[in-house]
Design a protein around this ligand. Sequence first.
Ligand code: IPD
Ligand code: CA
Ligand code: CA
Length: 256
Amino acid sequence: MLEKIKQIALEAGEVIRDGFGTNFQIEYKTGENNLVTEIDKKSEKILLDFIKKTYPNHSILSEESGRTDKSSDFIWLIDPLDGTTNFAHGLPIFSVSIALQKKGETILGLVYDIMQNAIYAAESGSGAYKNEKRINVNSNRNLSQSVLVTGFPYDISTNHPNAVKIFEYFLKNSRAVRRLGSAAIDFCYVASGVFSGFWEVSLNAWDFGAGDLIVREAGGIVTDFSGKNLRINSKQTLATNGLLHGEMLNVLKNMH
Ligand code: IPD
Ligand code: CA
Ligand code: CA
């Protein structure tokens, strides 16, 4: 199954790579900062056509098309282009994210970091891989020596009053905080030991489905801000190397 998903992710990725820097159409979703391009939709069509044909009884939750409920034990969580703002502005950091859940547990996750030619993948119980090579979280115990990553939701100007305070805290107490603009890639950089932690509020299941499993299979911990495992409707995400989880969780619990 994973091999088939890799092939279809590569196909969608090719369409995205070919579309990068071209004169594609842009539409606005909920506001002037929440975009969708015709390339997001082309990528989604490739992925959905494949899943519908190959697994006709499975349910799907996909960012641009919503949910098709087949009342199946299986549901696919799909972000056909994670990092649309980067993509639309010519910044080459974006990905395709695909996860499969069975009875609420994620059993397969794949993130294709298109411009780095990197496929991150995990199946539950089998470890996490970057292009067939096993990856692991780092072993950093000190926040002050950690590089962290975060992201901000599209409704940051009206909601989430404490988001910037939390950002400031981690900025002042770590080595650096980055903001890449593709949550799926943020998870993969935690999984491969680049970053020691990633937090964000208001992600959707299509953003975190694959990354959650990839980080956990790489030896990390992923929870919401109360320390619970992520569920399909979770609204907060903390993914760490495990060693920093308690410390970062405390900050988020107190400041969120
Ligand atoms: C967004 C990216 C970004 C994150 C936003 C997401 P999209 O996804 O993952 O890094 O900060 O919260 O919505 O809209 O580019 O698929
Ligand atoms: Ca996304
Ligand atoms: Ca998207």
